[in-house]
Write a protein that binds this ligand. Structure first.
Ligand code: HAM
Length: 447
C-alpha cells in the first residue's frame, strides 16, 4: 500500500507541537496588544506580481507560484509586508494614523529545508504606518524586544542589531554607485560573511566606476561595514561643503534620537548598532534591524526595518512605514534548547467514571451540565471496567475523577477523587456540585 508523507519543509503539528505553537502565538499576541497594536489578516494566496515586483531577489526565487484554474498567476505569500501595504493603501484616507497593526500567519518559501528554516512557517508581523520619525522605529524595536522576552527569553540570550540602509545609500552614492542599483549592491553586502573575498570583489565591481579597482572597492565596503562613523568623518574632511555631508549629519541626529528613544523605553540591554546588517529585502529604505540568539548558534530570530516607498509603489499613497517579521521556527528551537516550553496540551478538569450501562444516562446528563458551566469533561464513550477508566483519567491528566456508580445514583450523590492527592469525598449530585467543580479542580480537595 502506498504511504503518504508530508512534503519536504512542511511540518505536522501533533497536539504537543500545536500546544507549543499556541503558547508562542499567545506570547506574541499579548506583547503586541500591550504595545497598542491591533490584529489584521490577509489572504494566503495572492496575485504573483504582488511579490515579483516588491520583494527582494532572494524571495522572488523562492516563490511557490502556479496558475489557478482561472488562468491567474498566483503565489502563496512568502511574507506579509506587500499584502499589508496593499490593505493600508486601499483605505489610507479613512484610517487613523499612525496605523499600528500586527498579524500572525503562515508564509511559504521554497527554501532548502534545514534547522530553523522550512518551506512553511509562521510569522508575527508588526508594523507602524504613517509615522516617518525615529519614534516609530524605536516603538517597533521595543516591541520586538518585549515579544522575545514574553516568549521567555532574557538578557544575554538574544540581541537586536540595528543598522541604517540610508547611511549605506549615502555611502554608495558618494562612491559613484547608481541609486537604482544600490539595493542589488546591498544584497551582495548582505552575504558578506558567506562569500569569499574573491567572489565579493567580482560581484561588487560592476556597480562601481570602471576606474576603481576591485581591491579598493572591497576594502572601502569592508571599512564602512565596520564603522560608518569613521567614513562620515572622512567625508567631512574630503568633501566639507557637499550636500551629502549635510544629509549624513542629519542622519546622524536621527540615529541618536532612535538610540535615545530606545533607552527611554527601557530596552537598552537588548540592542546594539551593527552596520554589517543590511537585510536581504529590496524595499527597505532606512533603519533596519535583526534579532539574533546569542546562546548556541547565532541564528536570526526576527528581522525588519523601514520601508518608506512601498505603499507608494503598491497603492499610490505616500505613507512611510516600519515593521518587522518574527518566525516561529528559530524561536521555538531556542526555547526547546533552553528547556523552556511555552504551554502544554490541555488537560481536562474532570474525568467522569461511569459504573455501568445503568448509570450512563445520569452520567451524560451531568456531563452536559458541567460543560455548560464551563468545566472541561472527559468520559468513556463505551462501558469500561473501573480500572481502565481510572487509568484513562490518569493518562489524560484529569485533575478530578467524578465517580458515578449504582450506589451514588441511588443516593443522588457522587464521589469526587482528587487525582493529584488521592483524597476522596462523597457529595450530593446537585446544582452546587456543578457550580463548585471548577474551583475544586483548581484548588484541590483538602486532605
Ligand atoms: P525576513 O527577514 O525575510 O523579513 O523574515 C523575518 C523572519 O521570518 C526571519 O528572521 C525568520 O525568523 C522568519 N523566516 C523567514 N524565512 C523563513 C523560513 N524559510 N523558515 C522559517 N522562518 C523563516 C520579512 O519577511 C519582512 N517582510 C519582515 C518585515 C515586516 N519587514 C517590515 N515589516
Amino acid at each position: 500500500m502506498a504511504t503518504f508523507q508530508s512534503l519536504p519543509g512542511f511540518r505536522e503539528f501533533y497536539p504537543e507541537d500545536c500546544a507549543a505553537r499556541n503558547g508562542l502565538f499567545n506570547a506574541w499576541r499579548g506583547a503586541a496588544r500591550r504595545h497598542g497594536f491591533v490584529e489584521y489578516d490577509a489572504p494566503v494566496l495572492e496575485p504573483l506580481e504582488l511579490f515579483t515586483e516588491k520583494s527582494g531577489e532572494e524571495i522572488r526565487n523562492q516563490l511557490f507560484e502556479f496558475e489557478d484554474k482561472g488562468g491567474r498567476k498566483v503565489a502563496l505569500r512568502p511574507e506579509m509586508t506587500p499584502s499589508l501595504a496593499r490593505l493600508v493603501a486601499a483605505q489610507a484616507g479613512s484610517l487613523r494614523k499612525p496605523v499600528k497593526w500586527f498579524s500572525i500567519g503562515e508564509c511559504f518559501r521554497y527554501e532548502k529545508p534545514q534547522k530553523g528554516r522550512g518551506r512553511s512557517f509562521y510569522q508575527l508581523n508588526a508594523d507602524i504606518i504613517g509615522e516617518p520619525g525615529p519614534g516609530a522605529d524605536a516603538e517597533c524595536i521595543a516591541l520586538l524586544v518585549e515579544t522575545l522576552r514574553a516568549c521567555g527569553l532574557d538578557e544575554g540570550e538574544f540581541e537586536v542589531r540595528i543598522s541604517d540602509r540610508k547611511l549605506w545609500f549615502l555611502f554608495f552614492a558618494a562612491t559613484g554607485v547608481e541609486e537604482t542599483k544600490v539595493p542589488e549592491a546591498l544584497a551582495i553586502v548582505d552575504k558578506w560573511d558567506r562569500e569569499s573575498k574573491e567572489e565579493l570583489k567580482k560581484k561588487l565591481k560592476p556597480y562601481f566606476a570602471a576606474e576603481i579597482d576591485a581591491e579598493s572597492i572591497w576594502l572601502s565596503v569592508k571599512n564602512f561595514r565596520q564603522d560608518p562613523m569613521l567614513w562620515l568623518q572622512d567625508v567631512a574632511v574630503t568633501h566639507p561643503h557637499t550636500d551629502s555631508l549635510n544629509v549624513a549629519r542629519a542622519r546622524g541626529e536621527e540615529l541618536k534620537a532612535l538610540d535615545q528613544n530606545l533607552k527611554n523605553l527601557g530596552v537598552e540591554k537588548f540592542y546594539r548598532f551593527d552596520f554589517s546588517i543590511v537585510r536581504g529585502l529590496a524595499y527597505y529604505t532606512g533603519f533596519v534591524f535583526e534579532a539574533f540568539q546569542t546562546v548556541g548558534t547565532a541564528r536570526a530570530l526576527a528581522g525588519g526595518g523601514r520601508y518608506d516607498n512601498l505603499l507608494q509603489r503598491l497603492g499610490g499613497v505616500d505613507l512611510p512605514a516600519v515593521g518587522f517579521g518574527m518566525g516561529d521556527m528559530t524561536t521555538q528551537d531556542l526555547l526547546n534548547e533552553l528547556k523552556r516550553p511555552l504551554g502544554g496540551v490541555d488537560k481536562p478538569d474532570v474525568y467522569l467514571v461511569i459504573g455501568s450501562a445503568a448509570e450512563r444516562a445520569t452520567a451524560l446528563s451531568l456531563v452536559g451540565k458541567l460543560r455548560a458551566a464551563g468545566v472541561s469533561v472527559e468520559y468513556p464513550l463505551k462501558d469500561e471496567k473501573y480500572g481502565k477508566q481510572f487509568k484513562a483519567a490518569d493518562q489524560v491528566g484529569a485533575k478530578l475523577a467524578l465517580i458515578l456508580g449504582p450506589d451514588e445514583v441511588a443516593a443522588a450523590q457522587i464521589k469526587i477523587k482528587d487525582m493529584r492527592s488521592g483524597v476522596e469525598v462523597v457529595v450530593p449530585n446537585d446544582a452546587a456540585l456543578v457550580a463548585n467543580v471548577r474551583e475544586i479542580a483548581e484548588k484541590g480537595l483538602p486532605a
